[in-house]
Design a protein around this ligand. Structure first.
Ligand code: CA
Length: 228
């Protein structure tokens, strides 16, 4: 099997080196860029599977890099894991909405870093692209065509919006969705208009899902995800 390539975009030399060392020890081929400009160049030339992207960079910052990567068809399929500092929830939310796949808050342990990267690469390879595919997760079976949800074989009645929200989350287990992304997905179905409305839908959804309600996890300050 070919070694997977990971690009690290981080201006702090010691963190870049720590990440490079640990990834190389796991068998990944690693490139490090110390600016957004170099990072974008390397992303295009090396075509990595994943980019670890520090948000606080001199020059083009991480969010700009993320936006550029997603806009370019040569790089829009690369997984992006943001590196953020504590208290940067707003940037995390913006980054996720720009198309980043996940984030890690500094300081992090190398073990956690490796585990998260493996999880993102794994998830990336098994995203359900077929809108109509039946999703089986834990003891739930979700059939989009019929907008039907079964819990241990028993039907659960959901509203159109509740179904849309559940379908969005369950299609990508482990993936964090911001409230805005959830709003977007449910838009047009009915009057979901505010962050608060999303929270209310989630409360209702959890209640109806009974024992499966805790598969929908709250990610503090960021949004929601379906348990992996
Ligand atoms: Ca930095």
């Amino acid at each position: 099997m070919a070694r997977e390539t990971i690009l690290v975009i981080e201006d702090e030399e010691d963190i870049g080196e720590l990440v490079r060392y640990n990834l190389a020890a796991e068998g990944y081929q690693v490139f490090v860029a110390d600016s957004g400009e170099d990072g974008l160049k390397l992303a295009r030339s090396k075509k990595p599977s994943l980019i670890i992207l520090d948000l606080m960079l001199p020059g083009i910052d991480g969010l700009e890099v993320c936006k550029s990567l997603r806009k370019d068809t040569a790089t829009d399929g690369i997984a992006i894991v943001m590196l953020t500092a504590k208290g940067e929830e707003t940037d995390i939310v913006i980054g996720l909405e720009l198309g980043a796949d996940d984030y890690i808050v500094k300081p992090f342990s190398p073990k956690v870093l490796i585990a998260r990267i493996k999880a993102v690469l794994r998830r990336k390879s098994r995203v359900i692209t077929d809108e109509k595919a039946v999703i089986k997760a834990h003891d739930l079976a979700i059939t989009p065509g019929r907008r039907e949800v079964l819990l241990k074989g028993k039907k659960i009645d959901l509203t159109f919006t509740e179904f849309s929200v559940l379908h969005l989350l369950a299609r990508r287990p482990g993936w964090v969705f911001t409230r805005n992304q959830i709003l977007e997905a449910a838009r047009g179905h009915d009057a979901l208009a505010t962050d608060r409305a999303v929270d209310v839908q989630i409360v209702g959804l959890r209640k109806k899902l009974k024992s499966a309600g805790n598969y929908i996890e709250t990610v503090r300050g960021v949004g929601y995800r379906f348990k992996e």
